[in-house]
Design a protein around this ligand. Structure first.
Ligand SMILES: [Zn+2]
Length: 323
């Protein structure tokens, strides 16, 4: 017999919050910025699954806003939208995964310093609009995660956990590629393109990432997990930067590639990775199964392994078998 549950007993999903944290430019300015963001959310909702959106917090103090959202919450991961400032990259916003009423949801935090154009020049197609759309796209892309991404893998049940760990580490490639592709046409595509080109150049121009491999010989033991993730993470960084640019050019349907757009990428020892990475990301985008899972990332894992190899980490991935 099916028992009916009165509506009043069901947990009510609250509407996503939209608030300014800390000091703003002025009360009226803050309000105008929130209104502009509200308009973008309404527009993007038509194309994105925003059922996981917990809320949006805007602040000139990104770290303070993150701390405020984190307080009393279990926070699982932060995805960032990066901006190249000549020689370093900083983040213009991020998405935090939190638990609310036993639901795993996403909270967007935006740095108001990068959003001023939405108020000061509202008629312009701005880079700011792209930043908002990019973070919202992350919320849409992650709708399949009903718990923290790492908890699908850890504690690992397999004696050789390396393949599964590498595949997990490629999730960010997909996340950033998809978020960039979904938001490519929002705002001012040319500035966004130049930003991603600069980010990639900044990441590869200094040479190959250095992997800390120490003198470890046995990379299958669980004691090696932390060093393994750190070393793979270092090799992953340039590929991640390339994934942003690949998502953006595919979203704009530009018939080009990162090697053509970025000289530093073209001459990098990692150059053999760009094409396979791009193909693998497109394959994930074009997959036919409606349900997303980590298996969708199988095509990306060999590319990360190739990058690790090029960076000198061959022995940490010796005999890693896909399964
Ligand atoms: Zn992002």
């Amino acid at each position: 017999m099916i028992q009916k549950v009165p509506m009043s007993c069901l947990p009510r999903r609250r509407r996503p919050s939209l608030r300014f944290h800390g000091q703003g430019a002025s009360t009226a300015w803050n309000r105008q910025l929130l209104s502009a963001i509200r308009v973008i959310v309404a527009e993007r909702r038509e194309n994105l699954n925003l059922s996981k959106l917990d809320g949006i917090t805007v602040s000139f103090d990104l770290d303070g806003a993150i701390r405020a959202v984190e307080s009393g919450q279990q926070v699982f991961s932060v995805r960032e939208k990066r901006v190249a400032l000549q020689y370093r990259t900083v983040s213009a916003g991020c998405v935090i995964e939190v638990m609310r009423q036993e639901r795993h949801v996403s909270h967007v935090i935006l740095d108001a310093a990068y959003l001023a154009q939405l108020v000061d020049d509202p008629q312009a197609e701005s880079w700011a609009a792209n930043i908002v759309a990019h973070e919202l796209a992350h919320v849409g892309v992650s709708h399949w995660l009903t718990k923290p991404a790492w908890s699908y893998l850890f504690p690992t049940q397999r004696s050789d956990w390396r393949y599964e760990t590498l595949r997990y580490l490629t999730l960010n490639f997909w996340d950033e590629y998809a978020a960039c592709r979904l938001s490519a046409r929002i705002g001012e595509p040319k500035s966004v393109l130049i930003n991603f080109m600069n980010c990639l150049r900044t990441t590869v121009v200094g040479g190959l990432p250095r992997l800390r491999l120490y003198t470890r010989k046995n990379w299958r033991t669980l004691e090696a997990l932390k060093s393994f993730v750190c070393a793979a993470g270092a090799a992953r960084r340039p590929l991640l930067s390339a994934a942003y640019l690949m998502g953006h050019i595919d979203g704009l349907r530009f018939p080009t590639d990162v090697a053509t757009l970025c000289t530093a990428a073209r001459v990098s020892p990692l150059a053999p990775c760009w094409m396979p990475l791009h193909h693998a990301l497109r394959a994930v985008w074009e997959r036919s199964e409606p349900k997303f899972g980590f298996e969708a990332l199988d095509g990306l894992t060999p590319v990360l392994m190739q990058a690790i190899q090029i960076c000198g980490g061959e022995r940490m991935i010796a005999d890693v078998e896909p399964w």
